[in-house]
Design a protein around this ligand. Sequence first.
Ligand code: G6P
Length: 607
Amino acid sequence: MCGIIGAASSRNVGKLLVQGLHKMEYRGYDSAGIALHQKDNIFNLRTLGKVSLLEDEMIEQRPKSKLGIAHTRWATHGKPSKKNAHPHESGEVNIVHNGIIENYLELKEKLVQAGYTFESETDSEVIAHLLHQHFQSKGDLLAAMHEAIKELDGAFAIAAIHIKDKNRLVVARNKSPLLIGVGLEENFAASDPLALSQLTNEFVFLEDGDVAEITKESYQVFDRKNSPISRDVTEIDIAVNAVTKGEYSHFMEKEIYEQPNAVANTIDGKLGDDDVLDNIFGLGSSEVFSKIKRIQFVACGTSLHAGKVGRFWFEQIAKIPCYVDFASEYRYRDPLVEEGTLFVTISQSGETADTLAALRYAQEKDYLSTLSICNVPTSSLARESEHVLFTNAGPEIGVASTKAFTTQLAGLMLLAMSIAKSLNKDKQNRKKLVHELRNLPKVIEETLKLSNEILSIVPNIADKHNALFLGRGMFFPIVQEGALKLKEISYIHAEAYPAGELKHGPLALVDDQIPVVALSPENTLTEKLVSNLEEVKARGGTLYVFGGEKAKIKIERGEYIQMPECSELLAPIIYTIPLQILAYHVACQRGTDLDQPRNLAKSVTVE
Ligand code: G6P
């Protein structure tokens, strides 16, 4: 992953670059570094740990410069350390890199033979030496970049500076997000527009194979064939309050409480009086949907859980079979594509490498069409899919996904309804769902009020090492999501099971040291679930159950928290909320760095 940023300006850029890194810490935060062009040298500073440590050193040293690059790292090759932090140097060149160079060992061997010495264990360092090598023959950083990237296999967003080039930054992109920010008497490059949100609202998104030179006065993009090319300028207004915590202690907390609004924004403008509107997934989408026979979902992490819930809705509402795959596995099993299959990717960032690679693989296959449910309109996934629904959740900064998930679910429900409409199925149910969807933000608000009740069970979970999560039907993916939330931010080992599977193994774990969290909504599976929970009680287990009025089970050890009344089909969205709140408070009690949990990153742009 990693975040890279570069600036060429008529003012000092050190502070701007560090501020930009702070906004990209969601991409990685195990080490950080900066390289600044100075009169006849390059100031290079690298620190182990978060960006704030780099900032402290910068405040102490106060280097002045109008041209620079910087980096926040999520380690892939080589442990987090000062040596492995970027920018990497090779003589007069300094570079920052996001991505993975797949043929780095081969390149390293050649470079060592040519006399280069490697200081780090990273794959990225080969880029610095390659640039240095090509600069020797070309005498120009831009020409050297054109040559160097011809030798690189893999994914990269690179920014480079050279001692002899005091005004110019050179960047290159392949399969890793990179854009130019256009300013007044200054121009920038970054992995994410968010990094530049206080500097400009005009962005040029680079494409794979692009190289660009950037000075304070201008920029020029070159395509794969080295021909100058003009790429569109996109205006994006990123509200500054969207990237600050405001009154909340953590971004995750803020994002949990933003869910009523976020979901309202997802459905806004998509519903008529009694039905979903036509073509909400783009012009011609309703026509394409009338030919659908199957759906293939592909996603990672939390987004995958959304797809697993979606499967139930598509089979119940649109009456079409649905498959769900891990993006990282999908293309390696040589999938058979049945006629009339819609390929759907789900992704908050729209930049997850495995999901993007799956889409590109699917484009070569015989799918009916491709569609993505995505939160970032400018992302690669959104740009490369034939149809898109933006979830409009606003920037999500906390690594643990919350509002992105519930808005993805709302988007999937809209998709199920749209397909059902195009296939003429289930009109009555759709009418009911339109009203229930409109009411959804209110029910989410009600659910958020359970926070105090949830707080009362937190101490009983925060001191444990393991937790078991149980649910049935479409609530199984919801408990998977609940277990994922708990483990990623509190570091408590949490496993999720369909409650009916309990007796096939996990029941052996049940004792008074393992809290069992269960979802017991009112539906056709309620009685069966309650019987499964009785099995836990009979073994002296402690139960924390979130359920509906009628699903109430008598609990001697543990707690029953009653959920607000809600629509049966939309209940997975509602039942997600208490599990988010629970994970959040457990992590707070354990004192973890929950917005930036250890070893994780928000946007995973490497395979
Ligand atoms: C990372 C994040 C998860 C996220 C997953 C997929 O692992 O930490 O929160 O669910 O990537 O990300 P995407 O942006 O594709 O939804």
